[in-house]
Design a binder for this molecule. Structure first.
Ligand SMILES: Nc1ncnc2c1ncn2[C@@H]1O[C@H](COP(=O)(O)OP(=O)(O)OP(=O)(O)O)[C@@H](O)[C@H]1O
Length: 324
């Protein structure tokens, strides 16, 4: 029993190996993805990020069998999608390009039933799950109104609920918070978190909205130019970048001292208030202490130091611009 469990646990939900895909366009051959490999464990929530044209959609569509890669393999729960596409994709669903094609003349309840049936489920057997989804996404009151009459945020929730209506284990969500206001986006993130935990889903989220990534994902894969440039836990990434940025306030620094700090340490965002000067410093700890010594010998007093908590957005911009 224990052995079986161990063996089952070791099969990744998604295993992608050395995927490559080129497209022919008017400007010649475009390499969309160039040797992409990763594995995703069951129950994890991964953000697939990257600037426009990085290769996220091509990767996602290759996994879903919607694009045929030139080479490489995709396995879902251990099954190769090119050998046994039906079996591999049986419990996989996706919301691509910000929305699912829900039927706007149908109600949310009818949409859920429709998509579960298309997914091969017996509608009666899943009625309870659908009621729960309608509750969770706060759609119960509008469950019997045509989708076309609902707000943008509600439509988005219907899309998400439709993806989750069948008995899925792997879900791809492309821009799940696209077009939502701040409040609806926050609610949707919360609900998504709860549902992912409850059902132990494996989720891949592609989004330019770093709030959704920071709130929901436990790992991020960042792509640029068809390759993976970062694959790490969100927590690790944030920690790794944490100590690098400081905000300081000093007293008694004249213009000459500030200019020297700019030249030698590249301090930025300098703001002067009478005798106080605030600025930002990006540095490793050795450089930070060198700057401290320099301030001391110039007779400058240190009023405060804060470590700036990096946002995933900053990290994303930094790693993708370094690569470019
Ligand atoms: N059908 C196609 N024909 C020609 N080129 C394509 C095709 N699909 C994608 N590409 C090219 O492949 C590269 C990767 O595109 P892809 O759509 O995978 O990137 P992406 O990271 O999803 O970008 P976005 O964030 O803009 O959706 C781009 O240069 C794109 O122009």
């Amino acid at each position: 029993m224990a052995l079986t469990e161990t063996v089952t646990d070791s099969v990744p939900a998604i295993a992608v190996e050395d995927l490559r895909k080129t497209f022919e366009s008017e400007d010649g051959t475009v390499t969309a993805i160039d040797g992409v490999s990763f594995t995703i464990e069951p129950g994890s929530v991964v953000g697939l990020l990257g600037p426009n044209g990085a290769g996220k959609t091509t990767t996602t569509k290759s996994i879903l069998g919607l694009v045929r890669p030139d080479s490489g393999t995709v396995r879902i729960d251990g099954t190769d999608i090119s050998e046994h596409p039906r079996k591999a994709l049986d419990r996989v669903d996706a919301m691509l390009e910000g929305a699912r094609n829900d039927y706007w003349r149908l109600t949310p309840r009818e949409n859920l039933r429709y998509f579960a049936t298309v997914g091969g489920d017996d509608p009666k057997a899943v009625a309870r799950r659908h009621e729960e989804l309608l509750e969770t996404f706060d759609l119960a009151e509008k469950a019997d109104e045509p989708v076309r009459d609902l707000s943008r945020g509600m439509k988005q929730k219907v899309s998400l609920a439709s993806v989750l209506s069948a008995d899925v284990s792997v879900v791809f969500l492309d821009e799940p918070t696209l077009g939502l206001d701040v409040e609806s986006s926050a609610t949707l993130r919360q609900e998504l978190n709860r549902i992912v935990d409850d059902r132990g889903l494996t989720v891949v989220i592609s989004s330019h909205d770093m709030d959704v990534v920071e709130d929901v994902c436990d790992r991020v894969i960042i792509m640029n130019d068809g390759r993976i440039i970062v694959d790490d836990d969100v927590e690790n990434l944030l920690e790794q970048f944490e100590t690098q940025e400081y905000r300081l306030e000093v007293g008694g620094a004249d213009r000459e001292v500030v200019e020297r700090l700019r030249d030698r340490y590249g301090v930025s965002d300098v703001a002067r208030f009478d005798r106080r000067v605030q600025f930002r410093l990006t540095a490793d700890s050795a450089t930070f202490y060198r700057l401290m010594d320099e301030l001391r010998s110039a007779g400058v007093t240190l009023n405060s130091v804060d470590t700036v908590q990096p946002e995933l957005e900053d990290i994303f911009l930094e790693v993708t611009s370094e690569e470019s």
